[in-house]
Design a protein around this ligand. Sequence first.
Ligand SMILES: [Zn+2]
Length: 421
Amino acid sequence: MFDRALETLQPPWLREHQWQRVQALAQAVVGANPFWTARWRAAGITSAGDLRGWDDFARLPLTTKRELVEDQDAHPLFGSNLTFPLERYVRVHQTSGTSGAPLRWLDTQASWEWWARCWGFVLAGAGVGPDDRAFFPFSFGLFVGFWAGFEGARALGALAIPGGGQDSPARLATMQALGATVLVCTPSYALHLLQVARERGIDASRLPVRVTVHAGEPGAGIPSVRARIEAGWGARAFDHGGMTEMGAYGYECEAQAGLHVNETEFIAEVIDPATGAPATEGELVLTNLGRTGSPLIRYRTGDRVRLATGPCACGRTFRRLEGGILGRLDDMLIVRGVNVFPSAIEAIVRRFPVEEFQIEVFRSGELDEVRVLVEVDGGDDGARRVQEGLRAGIGIRLDVAPVAPGSLPRFELKARRVVRR
Ligand SMILES: [Zn+2]
């Protein structure tokens, strides 16, 4: 588990390891799992033996989230992506529904252990170990991410501290009382807790927190967001990549040179989203290898990524996604002919004394018009400085309007800062 030997496998051995896992997965799935059996039959794969090599793998159909939603609509409650009878499943979670209808996802005992193992790689990559006390300020509801992170902390031998059923001041008090050294939450919530601490005269940088690990949003991969979290908490902030339906697939190491993909548990491909051809920058396509009860094979994540080249200073051979998740392909705005990801706007806004912000998008014909609302120190002057920063950084002039402190929504889970009007 979180095995240096696995993380430093040379590429040919890694590919061989992956291939053995693919074959085991295919043997479990073909004939037993109605979803994959039907999809693969259409592609000419009727038994695991028909998958003879990576060329055959590359011919397996790509799958989209829309197809998963349609499958769950057609086969309520849980869809047809089930390898085992329902009584084998022990956990249910669902997506936040950020982009459309929520998906429900089931896990077996084995796949829940697999989640914990994958999160172990995430936490170990951030340097978390048995001496640590990891705090999870999370409501422990239907969203899987921090449940799995909690299990990962336990699997790693760290002390896992649940932060459910508490408001933010109570959570700060728990962290102080129990000496939390690790904070695991969304980047937005890490920033919000800092604000709550300030309001109560607590200097969070003097708490024993030394590492923060973030999930659920791209924020921790954005340098200006990371810098604010690190300064406020007096800690190092680590990004992580994961999806409810896929698992915790990516993590940062101490070199923080992009997100390593956990290639012993996942297969990563990058494609041109228009043609499906392999690319170094494009859409991330993932296959999980250890969630046999409800696997995803060649799944189009909708995330835009860029593959890094060259080895990582940490010694891991797992490939890296440079800059983490660059943005959601379906979030991309076209403002006066310029492609703009909301994460690019956030990267600039967070360099200024902005407590919270929102991106309003107005559609006019084929074009997007954007207004950025900011809770910023200095009112109109502050907003003007943000606007100048955006013009210098993105190359176009966006409307920036100051709003009253505390008037924009705060987020514990996935932040929804892009609002279409
Ligand atoms: Zn590394």
